[in-house]
Design a protein around this ligand. Structure first.
Ligand code: PLP
Length: 286
């Protein structure tokens, strides 16, 4: 309960991927509520290929020293020792992330075994509730990281929100069957129905590149936004970072969105997920 409460403080905010202390300072100045410390943003992980692992703890320490906002870092799915190391370094949140190469293709980390809160990705309500059952304090859509293409984040956000709306119409008998279909604990399904939302904060991630993308995800019911490659792979990172923070705050105000969308310079070059040979991170297990 304490860990879940911590993540509530990030609500309505933007979390930005950074690879240097200097980028972390730019993100903090722009109003980011937290940063994700990485050696490579997802766009570069895609380009480089190979096995993507936890970052060097020294670079994570350097970024922690540079800012006052919370610092997150990624561990591979199922790699509980990477998570132990990140906890030992004093990281504020661990992202058990499909952007890194999975270390275990069956088991996720038992996140109850840690004091540090975890964020995990999901494509639908069942996946979100399975991660929460394992102890995740925060959820994000998987989307498709490093593409600059919001289509998969939209698909995943709509899948979660649509399923929660469906849940509202079900009686208790139907709820047991639905929990089985979702492969999620019935108690969490019941709690989600009662709340009319996920029991933890749910951020959008995986393809958000513009203020309009960020506001779109907020209007679809997300609690905040992760921006990975979209900021520091664009022409004017500081300006775009500020604009996306403004867009998340004023996501229902098209006049403000129009204003902050002006003169942002080049956005990151996107990847069409329907292109031949596209490699999905979200569907990596399949
Ligand atoms: N995402 C990735 C990258 C995986 O490797 C797995 C493991 O099978 C999953 C998601 C699915 O896990 P679950 O079916 O428990 O949601």
């Amino acid at each position: 309960a304490v860990k879940v409460g911590l993540a509530q403080m990030l609500k309505g905010g933007v979390i930005m991927d950074v690879v240097t202390a200097e980028e972390a300072r730019i993100a903090e100045e722009a109003g980011a509520v937290a940063v994700m410390a990485l050696e490579r943003v997802p766009a570069d992980i895609r380009r480089n290929g190979g096995v993507a692992r936890m970052s060097d703890p020294q670079m994570i320490k350097d970024i922690k020293a540079a800012v006052t906002i919370p610092v997150m870092a990624k561990a591979r799915i199922g790699h509980f020792v990477e998570a132990q190391i990140l906890e030992a370094v004093g990281i504020d949140y661990i992202d058990e992330s499909e952007v890194l190469t999975p270390a275990d293709d069956v088991h996720h980390i038992n996140k109850h075994a840690f004091k540090v809160p975890f964020v995990c990705g999901c494509r639908d309500l069942g996946e979100a509730l399975r991660r929460i059952a394992e102890g995740a304090a925060m959820i994000r859509t998987k989307g498709e990281a490093g593409t600059g293409n919001v289509v998969e984040a939209v698909r995943h956000a709509r899948a979660v929100q649509g399923a929660i709306r469906q849940l509202q119409t079900m009686d208790d008998d139907e709820l047991y069957v639905y929990a089985k279909e979702l492969r999620a604990p019935v108690e969490l399904v019941r709690q989600t129905k009662a709340l009319g939302r996920l029991p933890v904060v749910n951020f959008a991630a995986g393809g958000v590149a513009t203020p309009a993308d960020a506001a779109l995800m907020m209007q679809l019911g997300m609690d905040g936004v992760f921006v990975g490659s979209g900021i520091f792979k664009s022409g004017d990172p500081a300006k775009r970072a500020r604009a996306i923070v403004q867009a998340v705050t004023h996501y229902n105000d098209p006049a403000v969105l129009a204003e902050v969308s002006c003169d942002l310079g080049e956005p990151m070059v996107g990847i069409d997920v329907r292109e031949k040979g596209f490699k999905s991170y979200a569907q990596r297990s399949e």
